[in-house]
Ligand binder design. Structure first.
Ligand code: F6R
Length: 604
C-alpha cells in the first residue's frame, strides 16, 4: 500500500524523507522516490524495489540548509512497478505524490493529451501534476490553481505537491486517504500518511479531515475545509511509541486488520470492476483455453477461501472445481490432466506445501495460476499467471483481511470465467458486479456489533468445545470461524456442515457445547434453521449470526439485511473474527502472536 512523507525545514531533508519512508515500509510497496526543491531547483530520484535501492541512488545527493521535499512508496495499481510509474510524478516545474485512486483519470488524461501534454507514466497520479500546471497558466495564483485541480478530481486521495516559484511551500489535499502534518521544536513541518514517520520528530500533529486542502510553508499553515472555508489546525499530542502508532490506536494488529477490511477490499476491486464485466489486466484470456476443470490447492485459511471458490465456480462459472489441502495433495500421487487449471492460494506465497504442489503441477505440464498477497514471492515468480489480492501487509498471525480479499478475488474470478464461458447472461453478471461494490460497506465494523460481541464473549470462555456450523459457502466460513477461535483462544472448535451434525457430532450436544450457527437469510435458511433446531432440542447452547432473529437461540449476533447471501457472508465473516478476538482478549492470550504459530510456514 502506498505511503507519503513530506518535509519543510533546515535539517537533512533527504535523510528525513528516507527515514520516513522506512517507517512506512511495513505497509508493502514495490518502488519509491523523492523530490527535493531547494533554491528553486528540483532534484528527484526514484528506484524500483526496496528502499536500499533508493538509498544507493541518492548516496551522493546532499541536502543542507532550507529545503522542501516529498517522498512516496508506491504499491502498484495503475501500471506496473517501474521507475517511470514510481512517484513523485513531474510536470514542467512541479512534482506530486499521491495515495488513493483518481477515478476520472482516464477522461482527464484524454483531455490533457488532446491539448498536447505528454505523459510519461501509466499512473492515474500523473494527471494531477499536468492538470495543476494547466490551471496555473490561467489562475490568479498557485493556491487557486491547486484548489481548481482538486475540485476536478473524483475518487480518493492524499496529495502533496511542490512547485517552482513557491520554494518554501508544500500544497496538500486529503479526501478519503489518510494524511497528517506535525511540527517540531524548530517549527519545521513534517507530512505523512500515517503517524509513524513523525514519531521522534514531532510531539504535536494535525490530522487532516476529508476535504481539507491548502498549503504549508516555513511560517504559515493554511487549511481550507471541503466548503472552501479557512479553518484552524487542530494539533493533538502524538504518541511516542512506534509499535502502538503502527496499530493506529487499535489494541492489536489483528483488530486493526479486521477494521481495515473495508479499505483493502476497495483496493482489491480497484480497476477490476466495470459495469458489465470483471477486468483482470494481469490475466490473458488464453489461460482458460482448453480448460475443463479447476483444481485448487492451499493450506489453512487459504484453503478455506479456496473451498468457497468451489461453490462460486461451479454455481456461476459452471466449471468443475475441486480443492485439496496442499500437504495431502503432495503425497497421494494425484492424477493431473492438462485440461485442468491448477490454482494455488497463499497469503505469503511462500508456504512450503503449497509451493510444492505448484511445482508438481508445473512439472506435469498444467497451466498454473496463483492468488497471492505478496508480489515477487516464490509462488508469484513460479506460476504462469498471478492475481494479487492487495490486502497490504498482514501482521496478525491469525489471518483476517487476507482471507477477505481472497474470497473477493474468487468471486470476481467466477464472474470473469462465467463471461468467458458464457455461463451467465450479461444481466446476471452486471447484478453480481453491483453486489460486489457493496462489499466494502458490508465489512465495515459497526460500534454496535463490536460492543455486542465484546459483551457476549464473556459467556464463551469455558465449555467442552465449539461447533461452527453453516451450509453451502457458509460451511467454509464456519471452518474459518473455528480456525480463528482455535488459533487465538486455544479452545477446541470445529467447523462442520450444518446438515452433517446429526450424523455423529450431535451426540456431543449438551449445555456446555457451544454452537455458533450461520443462518443466512438468502441461502438455504429454512434447512439450516432445522439443523439448529435439532441441536437446540438437545440443549446445546446456541448463538446464531443472522439478519433474522431465531427464538430457539440463546444468543444472537444480528447482521444487516441484504439482498444477497454474499453480502451476508462478508458481514458474518467480520462477526466471527471479532468473536475470536474478544474471547482471546478475555482469556489474556497474545492475540497477534499466538503460541506455536508462525506467520509464514516455509517448512513442510
Ligand atoms: C490462519 C493462517 C494460516 C495460513 C496458512 C497458509 O490464520 O493464517 O492457516 O492461512 O499457514 O498460509 P499462506 O496463505 O501464506 O499460504
Amino acid at each position: 500500500m502506498c505511503g507519503i512523507v513530506g518535509y519543510i525545514g533546515r535539517k537533512n531533508t533527504k535523510e528525513i524523507l528516507l527515514e520516513g519512508l522506512k517507517e512506512l515500509e511495513y505497509r508493502g510497496y514495490d518502488s519509491a522516490g523523492i523530490a527535493v526543491l531547494q533554491n528553486d531547483t528540483f532534484e528527484s530520484y526514484k528506484a524500483v524495489g526496496k528502499l536500499v535501492n533508493l538509498e544507493e541512488k541518492t548516496k551522493d545527493f546532499i541536502t543542507q540548509d532550507f529545503a522542501v521535499g516529498i517522498g512516496h512508496t508506491r504499491w502498484a495499481t495503475h501500471g506496473k512497478p517501474t521507475e517511470l510509474n514510481a512517484h513523485p510524478h513531474m510536470g514542467e516545474s512541479s512534482y506530486v505524490v499521491h495515495n488513493g485512486i483518481i477515478e476520472n483519470y482516464a477522461t482527464l488524461k484524454k483531455e490533457l493529451m488532446a491539448e498536447g501534454i505528454h505523459f510519461l507514466s501509466q499512473t492515474d497520479t500523473e494527471v494531477i501534476v499536468h492538470l495543476f500546471e494547466k490551471n496555473l497558466r490561467s489562475a490568479k495564483n498557485t493556491l487557486e490553481a491547486f484548489s481548481q485541480t482538486i475540485s476536478q478530481l473524483h475518487g480518493a486521495y492524499a496529495i502533496l505537491l511542490v512547485t517552482k516559484g513557491e520554494d518554501e511551500t508544500i500544497f496538500f489535499a486529503k479526501h478519503g486517504s489518510p494524511m497528517l502534518v506535525g511540527i517540531d521544536a524548530q517549527n519545521d513541518k513534517y507530512f505523512a500518511s500515517s503517524d509513524t514517520p513523525l514519531i521522534g520528530h514531532c510531539s504535536d500533529v494535525n490530522y487532516f479531515d476529508d476535504g481539507d486542502y491548502g498549503y504549508i510553508s516555513a511560517d504559515e499553515i493554511v487549511i481550507f475545509d471541503k466548503m472552501g472555508q479557512k479553518k484552524n489546525p487542530h494539533f493533538t499530542k502524538l504518541t511516542q511509541n512506534k509499535l502502538s502508532a503502527q496499530k493506529n490506536g487499535f489494541r492489536f494488529f489483528m483488530e486493526k486488520e479486521i477494521y481495515e477490511q473495508s479499505d483493502v477490499i476497495i483496493d482489491t476491486l480497484l480497476g477490476r470492476l466495470s459495469d458489465k464485466e470483471i477486468v483482470f489486466d494481469e490475466l490473458d484470456a488464453s489461460l482458460f483455453e482448453g480448460i475443463n476443470e479447476i483444481k485448487l490447492c492451499a493450506c489453512g485459511t487459504s484453503y478455506h477461501s479456496a473451498l468457497t471458490a468451489t461453490y462460486l465456480f461451479e454455481r456461476y462459472a459452471k466449471i468443475k472445481t475441486s480443492v485439496e489441502v496442499a500437504s495431502e495433495f503432495r503425497y497421494r500421487s494425484p492424477i493431473m490432466s492438462r485440461d485442468t487449471l491448477f490454482v494455488v492460494i497463499s497469503q505469503s506465497g511462500e508456504t512450503a506445501d503449497t509451493l510444492e504442489t505448484l511445482k508438481m503441477a508445473k512439472a506435469a505440464g498444467l497451466k498454473t495460476l496463483v492468488i497471492c498477497n505478496v508480489d515477487n514471492s516464490s509462488m508469484v515468480r513460479l506460476a504462469d499467471a498471478c492475481i494479487l489480492t492487495r490486502a497490504g501487509v498482514e501482521k496478525g498471525v491469525a489471518s483476517t483481511k487476507a482471507f477477505a480479499t481472497q474470497v473477493m478475488v474468487f468471486w470476481m474470478l467466477s464472474m470473469y470465467v462465467a463471461k468467458l464461458k458464457n455461463s451467465l447472461d450479461a444481466l446476471e453478471i452486471a447484478k453480481q458486479i453491483a453486489l460486489m461494490r457493496q462489499v466494502p460497506g458490508s465489512v465495515k465494523v459497526s460500534d454496535a456489533m463490536h460492543e455486542r460481541i465484546k459483551r457476549l464473549s464473556k459467556r464463551y470462555l469455558h465449555g467442552h468445545g465449539f461447533f461452527f456450523i453453516g451450509r453451502d459457502i457458509f460451511y467454509p466460513l464456519a471452518l474459518e470461524g473455528a480456525l480463528k477461535l482455535k488459533e487465538i483462544s486455544y479452545l477446541h472448535a470445529e467447523g462442520y456442515p450444518s446438515g452433517e451434525m446429526k450424523h455423529g457430532p450431535i451426540a456431543l450436544a449438551d449445555p456446555e457445547l457451544f454452537t455458533i450457527a450461520l443462518l443466512p437469510q438468502h441461502l438455504l435458511y429454512d434447512k439450516a434453521k432445522s439443523n439448529v433446531e435439532e441441536l437446540s432440542a438437545r440443549d446445546a447452547t446456541i448463538c446464531t449470526i443472522s439478519a433474522l432473529e431465531f427464538d430457539k437461540a440463546d444468543d444472537f449476533i444480528p447482521i444487516n439485511s441484504y439482498e444477497d447471501y454474499m453480502l451476508e457472508f462478508f458481514e458474518m465473516m467480520v462477526a466471527l473474527q471479532l468473536l475470536s478476538l474478544e474471547i482471546s482478549v478475555r482469556l489474556g492470550n497474545d492475540v497477534d502472536m499466538p503460541r506455536n504459530l508462525a506467520k509464514s510456514v516455509t517448512v513442510e
